[in-house]
Each structure stands twice: as C-alpha cells, then as structure tokens.
Design a protein around this ligand. Structure first.
Ligand SMILES: Cc1ncc(COP(=O)(O)O)c(C=O)c1O
Length: 432
C-alpha cells in the first residue's frame, strides 16, 4: 500500500484522546534520528519522551532483544522464575542509589510502577493517605490520574479518582510567589523553604502522619517543567518523613537512569528513597517498569498480591540487561555531562544575547520555538503550564549531533525573537 494511503486510512481509526505533536508517521529510527514515511528526517530531542535514551535501535539492545525473541518471549512471573528477569535484577542492583534498595518488582508502564509503589506503601505502613507534589506527573491510570498535578487535562471528565491523595507545592523557585515578592532576597540559591512549611501545615491540617503512608516526589519535576529542587530541600523532606514514619517515594521514571548526569537524580542530594520508581529508559523502548525497595519492606506483601500477565516480560528484561551494560561499556554518564554542558552553553548564550533576551515574545514562546525547530528538522517538546521547552536528546548523542541540535535551537530562538520585534514595530506603526 502506498505510504500516503496507509497513513490516511489508519489515522481515521485511531482514538482521538491521544494528543500528538505532529501528523507525520514514524517509519524508522537510528541513533539520534527518526525517519518519517513522508521521507523527512528529524533529529530527535524527545527520545520518545525520555525512553530511547541510548538512541533508536541501539545495536547491543536490539541484539539482546532479538536473541531473547528466539529463546523465550513470555516466561510468566507467576509460573516460575525467569532467566533474563533474574539477570536484570543482578544488573540493576549495583546501579541503585542506596544499598537498602535491594529488592525489585517489575511491571510494564511507569503508571503501573507508581501504583505498585502505592500498594507497597499502603501495605507496609498499614496507612492509606499519600502526599504528592503540585506540578507532578505520575500517569494516566485511575490511581495515577489522582496523583498527577501537572495539568488538569489529565483528569478532566474522569472523576471520581482514587481518594486519599493530598498535595503540596514543589519548590519551583522561578515561579514562587514568595520569591517574587522578596525583592531578590529569595531565589533558587537562597530558597525561602516555604514548600517545607506548607508540608508541615498539611500534616497538621489535612492528613495526619498516623494516616499518611507515603510522600511521592519526582526529584526533578518532569512534566511540571523540568525543575530541580534547591539544595537543602530533599534532605528536609527525608527528615520530615523519618520523623513522621512516612515513606519517601522517588518517582524517577523520567529523571532517572542517567538523565541528570548521575544514574539517579536523588544522588545529587545524597538522599535515600524508601521506594524508587523506574521506567522509560530502563529498557530503551521495550515496555518495562520497576520499583526497588528494601527486602524488609517488600517482604511485607504476601505472595499473590503482586504480579501481572506481562510483568517483567522476558524480551524487555533482556533489553534492560543490555541497557545496564551499555551504561558502563560506553561511559554514558560522562557523555551526558559533556553534551549537557554544550546545550547549557547555547541556552546561556541566548539568555546573555540582548537580541534574544530582550525581545518580548509573549505567551506561546516555547511553542513557537518548538515549531521553528521542527521546520528545521528537530523534534522537541514543550512542558508544564508555563512556557517551557524541554530537551530530551539521547544520552549517548554524539558531539556532532548535539552541535547540530544547538545550531537549530539558536536559529529558532533568534528567528522567533526577530518575529516578536517586527510584530512590536508593526503595532507601533499602526497606532502612530
Ligand atoms: C515521572 C513520571 N512518572 C510516571 C509516568 C507514567 O509512565 P507511563 O507513561 O509509562 O505510564 C511518567 C510518564 O511520563 C513520568 O514522567
């Protein structure tokens, strides 16, 4: 069937509830690039929303998955142990940010792993309520819709959702009203720590510690705007959780597995999570998610309460083993830090350049730059309720591909700034 015909036919039969960036049809991917059926090729700074973090069709991951497909595809976890599952446990153990995280449960999606963490937290503590961060994203299932606080669209029209979920502000210093009113006294370097006060108040006013099982946090806010917390914040959360016997659950589905330059984002603050949630990049595109916790906590769950037909699929686990090996063999974290510095330099230069920093692009600035990038052959994503562009290039992107991405981004920023300036000039001319 001709390319255009195939896509036209299928498009009319796909659920409308799926939003998407482009109407193109993805045909193939290799490394940092995806190719569309239209013949267009894009530098992929989305990595399928932080999934193909070692690039599309990473050779070692593909090879491991192909070998597993020819060995056994589905070795169901409630029937027996499975070889690639156990190999993945062994491969992930040394990567954990704390030695207490020594026991694993695998599922398929990130949302399922978040729900597994809720189940474990409730079961282990014999308490019900959970606290989440405003701005957080945890998924689209009924449990996780109730926990997602990044945009109202995710829960719109689907109530009633899971009860017992309370929220507190994330320390989003660049948007914080206390910081804005402080005349420069408070900022990211000198946070007012109001979100900690708000948490303490929440535990007094709305959900008592005796009723609160866990506090869930993305250590770097993902969908909410790619926001790291200020220096002392995570340690303060750990103290509050310890004092009130509340489990600290870190959702590193998006910020984990190398994305921040360390294997896990919590390592930046040396804080121990009681439960760590992982998905997305752990199998580079094969459906796989995981929670890790202490054996003591995990063993509180009686056999039969956890599982799932596809949980810890053999092919996904084999891919996961290859991913973990690639991190070591290819010094992925070194590349993240080197390429990350180059991207940061481009952004800093745009900020320092009076032509681009002084323009008044107005609302929709991020979407305009995103559209320009796309015209120029690069996919990026926006995020959060604010004007935010997010960059999720593969962690093993080459220096050359990063340079190309930075060139496109610089041009896109400049062209949007020029457009904004000429809009301003035209409006002056009209009113003069
Ligand atoms: C932090 C975080 N948690 C959970 C999820 C849900 O993962 P999934 O889409 O695989 O269900 C996401 C997805 O973007 C995420 O970013």
């Amino acid at each position: 069937m001709a390319a255009a015909k195939l896509s036209e036919f299928g498009v009319n039969h796909v659920a409308k509830g799926i939003g998407r960036l482009s109407k193109e049809v993805i045909e193939s991917g290799a490394g940092s690039y995806v190719k569309m059926m239209s013949g267009k090729r894009f530098l992929d700074f989305t990595s399928g929303i932080g999934v193909t973090n070692l690039g599309h069709c990473h050779p070692a991951v593909t090879k491991a998955a192909q070998a597993q497909v020819g060995t056994i595809v589905h070795g169901q976890v409630n029937i027996a142990f499975q070889k690639s599952y156990l190999e993945l446990v062994e491969a992930m153990l040394p990567l954990m940010p704390h030695k207490s995280l020594d026991t694993f449960f695998f599922w398929n999606s990130g949302a399922e792993a978040v729900e597994a963490a809720v189940k474990l937290a409730r079961h282990a503590t014999k308490k019900q309520n959970i606290i989440v961060m405003q701005g957080s994203y945890h998924g689209r299932t009924f449990g996780t819709m109730a926990m997602t606080r990044s945009k109202t669209i995710y829960g719109l029209g689907y109530s009633p959702l899971m009860p017992g979920v309370f929220s507190v502000p994330f320390p989003y210093c660049s948007q914080c009203s206390v910081a804005k009113a402080s005349d420069g006294k408070h900022n990211f370097e000198n946070c007012c720590m109001d979100p900690i006060t708000q948490l303490e108040l929440l535990l007094q006013r709305e959900t008592a510690p005796q009723d609160t099982a866990a506090l869930f946090i993305e250590p770097v806010l993902g969908e909410g705007g790619y926001v790291p917390p200020p220096k002392e914040y995570m340690a303060r959360l750990r103290e509050i959780c310890d004092k009130n016997k509340i489990l600290l659950v870190c959702d590193e589905v998006q910020c984990g597995y190398g994305r921040t330059g360390k294997m896990f984002a919590v390592e930046h603050w040396g804080v121990r999570p009681d439960i760590l949630i992982m998905a997305k990049g752990i199998a580079n595109g094969f459906p796989l998610s995981a929670i890790a916790s202490s054996k003591e906590l995990m063993d509180t769950q009686p056999p039969g309460t956890m599982g799932g037909t596809y949980a810890g699929n053999a092919v996904s686990c084999a891919a996961g083993v290859a991913v973990a090996k690639a991190f070591k063999d290819e010094s992925i974290l070194d590349n993240v830090n080197a390429r990350g510095a180059e991207l940061r330099q481009t952004l800093q230069a745009a900020k320092d350049d009076p032509k681009t920093s002084k323009c008044a692009p107005g609302k929709g600035y991020a979407s305009k730059i995103q559209a320009k990038c796309m015209e120029k052959g690069m996919l990026t994503l926006t995020t959060s309720i604010y004007d935010t562009l997010r960059f999720i290039p593969p962690l093993n992107i080459t220096k050359e591909d990063m340079a190309e991405g930075c060139r496109i981004l610089k041009e896109a920023i400049e062209e949007v700034a020029e457009g904004a300036q000429s809009d301003v000039k035209q409006s002056h001319t009209k009113t003069d």
